[in-house]
Design a binder for this molecule. Structure first.
Ligand SMILES: [Zn+2]
Length: 288
């Protein structure tokens, strides 16, 4: 009897049936709140929730969507794209700044409904395939989003092209093994912009870095990410969460198109420095 039970359990484990998705509850209410979509600069638009940023890059060959929020972000993102006058079904490429449930929740639904291809930093591919269960930290919550199969794996500095838009993926690991940012050029009638969509490297673990067996290089990765992020050449930036770049202080609903409000490199460097100070402080505590 025990043997049969064991075989049944093994079957469910291998087939994935036992892996029901449990998206963590009690998230900040701003994550699930709707907000007005708007044009950021050139062909870049904000289509996310109040705090979970999703970015739509529109080209004449379809569009690119970066980050998909929680599972309940789906109707908000769809409605935002519609409000801006674009076609949700024309999404051709899906990208992520990091494979955590607050950016991947609606991913499988969007991929299925649009047929878009998912391009990911190859170091996050495994977390995506297991719905977060193999994440060094979030794995403790089990499967936190619907497992998804990436179509294209990316390495540092790889280019993602759609029509005349070319994004460069910047590998910025630490927060997850495959966290990344995107850099691209866009323009409007009056100016050109070099845009950074940044994944800010916040620390999410309370364990000592040296105790994290499934991520041996975590400390080195964070150190390299801070170094790399301080030296990026750009003039306009946004991030994975609206709160990370003060979106709602910079722009109020109904405000006219004004890319300049997102051109404060000073805030970027300050926020990055604050996170690096946290990192250095953690290393000090770890060594005690
Ligand atoms: Zn995260």
């Amino acid at each position: 009897m025990k043997r049969i039970l064991f075989l049944i359990m093994l079957f469910f484990r291998l087939s994935g049936f036992a892996q029901t998705v449990k998206e963590p509850l009690n998230n900040p209410k701003e994550w699930s709140q709707a907000t007005q979509p708007f044009r950021i600069a050139g062909n870049l638009y904000y289509v996310g929730t109040y705090d979970l940023a999703s970015y739509l890059i529109v080209t004449n060959a379809g569009s690119i969507l970066i980050n998909t929020g929680l599972a309940n972000s789906l109707p908000i993102i769809k409605q935002n794209i519609k409000k801006l006058g674009f076609d949700y079904k024309s999404i051709k490429i899906l990208l992520l700044t990091q494979a955590h449930f607050d950016h991947t929740g609606a991913l499988t639904a969007i991929k299925r409904e649009t047929g878009a291809k998912l391009y990911v930093d190859d170091q996050d591919a495994d977390i995506l395939k297991t719905g977060g269960a193999t994440d060094y930290e979030m794995g403790k919550y089990g499967v936190t989003f619907k497992p998804v199969q990436p179509d294209v794996l990316l390495k540092n500095n790889d280019k993602i092209k759609l029509s005349n838009t070319v994004l460069t993926m910047l590998h910025h690991p630490g927060h997850t093994k495959g966290s990344c940012s995107f850099l691209f050029n866009t323009k409007d009638k009056s100016s050109e912009y070099k845009i950074l969509i940044a994944n800010m490297p916040s620390i999410i673990t309370d364990r000592k870095f040296s105790d994290i067996a499934s991520y041996r290089n975590i400390e080195r990765d964070y150190a390299e990410t801070f170094k790399a992020m301080k030296n990026i050449d750009f003039n306009l930036w946004v991030a994975s969460h609206a709160s990370q770049f003060n979106l709602h202080e910079k722009r109020k609903p109904g405000d006219a198109y004004n890319p300049k409000v997102f051109m404060d490199k000073k805030l970027y460097l300050k926020n990055l420095q604050d996170l690096e100070n946290d990192f250095k402080e953690k290393i000090k505590i770890d060594s005690h």
